[in-house]
Design a protein around this ligand. Sequence first.
Ligand code: FES
Length: 107
Amino acid sequence: MDYTRCTITTASGEHIANLPMARRETVYDVITRGDLVTLRNTCRGSTICGLCRVTVEAGAEALEPPKVDERDLLGEDAPENVRLACRLTLPAAARQLVISTPYWQKT
Ligand code: FES
């Protein structure tokens, strides 16, 4: 299987984890499988709640733009680098994705 890496940081850039991520996995899958941090949500990755927002700190240039369902949940005011973890996958060209949310803290 072809893996890349998903790096999880605090909003201030402190490293929390660096997890392997398969090509078709979502960031939601990676985070819940890793069980190292909590990702806010109420729909378990079904793209209904809109709570699983993450900020893409690095690697955004390789990402596909959000599809309609993700864009609708994010709303017009969301910055371009804010995405829903349950919709966020990496294209083949990407090797590294760095994400954060304001509520993750280094323990
Ligand atoms: S987990 Fe609910 S929208 Fe992503």
